[in-house]
Design a protein. Structure first.
Length: 200
């Protein structure tokens, strides 16, 4: 059974990125995957403190807060879904705080290690970005997905997928985009039934 962890980065309950992610996760669950969802805005946690303890004596982030069980769940998952609206051309601060804390997944001396040895995570994981963009111009903010896909590739996420909707600003906009929800469901079913990839 494929394990999917979904992190909702929006502070708005039922926001557009959450609606898109929910459609994906529900389809994945019906297709046989185990799905665990965390609403980051409901948790209390700090960003990376730059203490480098995870590169010295610890094998994981030493901060103990609301993000600790999330980081453990991601460590055990096959697929990580990161859902976010675009805020000022970026992911939300809630999601960025999580991304910074994934620094603990990297081995000490990671920058000088071969690709397959940089991460403490098992290789072959899949990253999915779900992006809800209020601005209708599709050519804007296209750097978000490839930038974070590149960074998380170092941590063992060797396959990356994108589900993106533009022009979804008001609450309910994504729910009215039936083609977007169907794309989400199709992707969810694919993720649930995908064969495990060999490490690169």
């Amino acid at each position: 059974m494929r394990k999917i962890v979904c992190l909702l980065g929006s502070p708005r309950p039922g926001g557009n990125s959450a609606v898109m992610a929910q459609a994906l996760c529900e389809a994945a669950g019906k297709a046989g995957a185990s799905v665990q969802t965390f609403a980051l805005n409901q948790l209390t946690y700090r960003g990376c403190q730059g203490c480098l303890a995870c590169k010295k004596d610890a094998e994981a982030c030493v901060l103990q807060d609301g993000l600790t069980p999330v980081l453990e769940a991601v460590r055990a998952c096959d697929v990580l879904v990161l859902a976010t609206p675009v805020y000022f051309g970026e992911v939300t601060s809630q999601l960025k705080g999580f991304i910074d804390r994934t620094f603990g997944y990297l081995q000490a001396g990671y920058a000088h290690l071969p690709r397959g040895e940089r991460s403490r995570l098992s290789p072959g994981k899949t990253l999915v970005f779900v992006i809800a963009q209020g601005h209708p111009k599709e050519e804007l903010f296209t750097d978000i997905f490839p930038r974070y896909a590149y960074l998380l590739n170092w941590q063992g996420f060797t396959e990356s997928r994108l589900l993106r909707a533009c022009g979804v600003y008001h609450l309910g906009d994504a729910a009215a985009r039936l083609e977007v929800l169907e794309e989400a469901r199709v992707l969810g079913r694919e993720l649930a039934t995908a064969q495990e990839r060999a490490p690169e």
